[in-house]
Design a protein around this ligand. Structure first.
Ligand code: PTJ
Length: 267
């Protein structure tokens, strides 16, 4: 099954929430195919909620973080893109393209261990055009220091200097930071432990982040090392998260006014 085949045909394209329903369905199909963990459905729902209060668009601050993230990966010696079930179900084609453009290998790393999941994710990535996928061969894996969950089992991540961790749980981000790695997180929740621990936090939906990263990577690949370093130096993650939180507050204020108008209209 390709990434475009798993849409619910009963949802009309004219439905006002078509895009959102389309990705929901990818997650549901992913769960049926073992790609997504059961808890992945709940994680997706939490993400949807945050996306809603961000206006379901890539904000200017997410774009800034994406620029810094791409610069960091282009400057890295051993970058790795960590892949979990939700990400594989939502954006397999984009992940493979991003990995190729940035020359950053893909490594499957799962929180929830279940027989057949790694194989299912490997298959979806292979169908999307991946040629080499890491995190499969147990004999090549080592335990990441300071971590007890299943995510401790890593291959290239053990020696990586920069790790992109989309939709991550806080424990591994913390462990990666303690091992002095640069962590780039994609997380719609700007208050999650991952978001707060990461060096570069992209508060955005992974389905929009990956295409935007590909676009920016094609632009930044033309820059030299000094120019890439300047992008990184200018980026302030703490300020960026605070600005994102301000956007959420402003968005809710605006929606509060609008909701009130609707109520008045109905009366
Ligand atoms: O496939 P596995 O076994 O590795 O498990 C993956 C999940 C996502 C189930 C696991 O890592 C997990 O439980 O994660 P958490 O702790 O629920 O954190 C996931 C974070 O991702 C939450 O802060 C969500 O708000 C956020 N999130 C969910 N969907 C998206 C998202 N962020 C960006 N884009 C999304 N589409």
């Amino acid at each position: 099954m390709t990434s475009n085949e798993n849409q619910d045909p009963t949802v009309p394209k004219t439905h006002p929430r078509y895009e959102s329903l389309k990705y929901r369905h990818k997650i549901i199909e992913g769960m049926k195919n073992l790609v997504v963990a059961e808890a992945g459905l709940i994680a997706h729902g939490r993400g949807e909620c945050f996306d809603y209060i961000l206006g379901e668009k890539t904000t200017q601050y997410a774009k800034k973080a994406i620029g810094a993230a791409v610069a960091a990966i282009l400057l890295a010696e051993k970058p790795v893109i960590s892949v979990n079930g939700n990400v594989a179900a939502l954006v397999p084609d984009g992940l493979v393209s991003l990995s190729k453009i940035l020359i950053a290998p893909l490594e499957i790393n799962l929180f929830y261990q279940k027989e057949g999941r790694i194989e299912a994710i490997k298959d979806i990535l292979l169908k999307a055009g991946a040629t080499i996928i890491h995190g499969i061969n147990v004999s090549k894996m080592v335990d990441l220091e300071g971590l007890e969950s299943n995510r401790r089992k890593v291959e290239l991540i053990a020696d990586a200097d920069v790790v992109l961790v989309p939709l991550e749980d806080g424990d591994r981000t913390e462990a990666l930071k303690k091992l002095n790695k640069t962590v780039i997180a994609v997380d719609l929740n700007p208050l999650s432990r991952t978001a707060l621990w990461a060096d570069i936090t992209i508060v955005d939906n992974i389905v929009r982040t990956v295409p935007e990263m590909i676009k920016i990577a094609n632009e930044l690949k033309k820059l030299n090392i000094t120019q890439l370093k300047q992008i990184l130096q200018k980026f302030n993650n703490k300020l960026n998260i605070q600005n994102t939180l301000n956007l959420i507050v402003e968005y809710i204020e605006r929606q509060k006014e609008k909701a009130f108008e609707i109520v008045k209209f109905r009366l």
